[in-house]
Design a protein around this ligand. Structure first.
Ligand code: ATP
Length: 219
């Protein structure tokens, strides 16, 4: 039977993934070469091991290829991050997610076959910037290079108007995929759906289009 998750590198990022997965009842193996880090997570993760992930033999002995998903959360040491990813790929790990330091690091990781690259600091910076620019933006998530999804609180300007009246799709090229109103969620709302102040709109669209919408309608 496949085991669940392994997290390599228990710094702030890897550690928080390890903690969150454990809290969700997942089986997690935490690996770090630093004994103190490993001790910190020994009572949180299912198993913890002090090991250098660039040592192929060590990863083999840990049976790393049997894990469903391995997360490489080594930050600063690019060489270790790349070598670890390469070894995991060679061993046939089915899903590998890697934290990247910069765009060059990302390109190398993609070339050697990482399945998903994450830039936690950059992504969080973008999310916070959107929240800071408009007090109505509650959350922001980048879906791809082109599309994002944003959660925005409807203000006075939107109150009492239908989606059609605001012309969101035609004017901004964005789609409202749901409207949250207290505990109710209206999924795929019709064009005649009226919006009330305090509703939360889940909007999908291009980065620039969403920004225009935020500026015009959310002020
Ligand atoms: P964060 O921002 O998540 O705290 P960071 O970007 O500062 O992390 P590092 O501190 O460089 O990243 O690395 C995260 C963790 O990975 C550290 O605890 C470090 O000991 C561990 N680590 C680094 N290289 C290896 C390796 N080859 N094998 C196992 N663990 C490693």
């Amino acid at each position: 039977m496949k085991r669940q998750y392994a997290v390599i590198g228990l710094g702030r990022f890897g550690g928080s993934i390890c903690r969150a997965l454990s809290e969700q009842g997942m089986e997690v193996l935490g690996i770090d070469m630093d004994e103190d880090r490993v001790n910190e997570y020994s009572s949180i993760a299912t198993h913890t091991v002090i090991a250098d992930s660039t040592d192929e033999g060590v990863l083999k002995n840990l049976g790393i290829r049997n894990f469903e998903h391995v997360i490489v959360a080594i930050g600063e040491n690019l060489q270790s991050s790349i070598l670890t990813t390469l070894i995991l790929k060679d061993m046939g790990v089915s899903k590998i997610t890697v934290k990247a330091q910069n765009d060059y690091h990302e390109r190398v990781l993609l070339k050697i076959g990482a399945d998903r690259i994450i830039h936690p600091e950059r992504d969080m910076g973008i999310r916070i910037a959107h929240q800071v620019v408009s007090k109505n933006v509650l959350d922001y998530l980048e879906l791809s290079d082109e599309y994002s999804i944003v959660e925005m609180a409807a203000g006075e300007k939107m109150s009492g108007k239908s989606l059609q009246e605001m012309n969101i799709r035609a004017k901004y090229g964005c789609n409202v995929v749901a409207v949250k109103r207290s505990h109710e969620v209206i999924v795929s709302p019709h064009a005649d759906q009226k919006v009330e102040e305090g509703d939360v709109l889940i909007v999908i669209g291009g980065e620039k289009d969403i920004s225009r919408l935020e500026k015009d309608l959310m002020a």
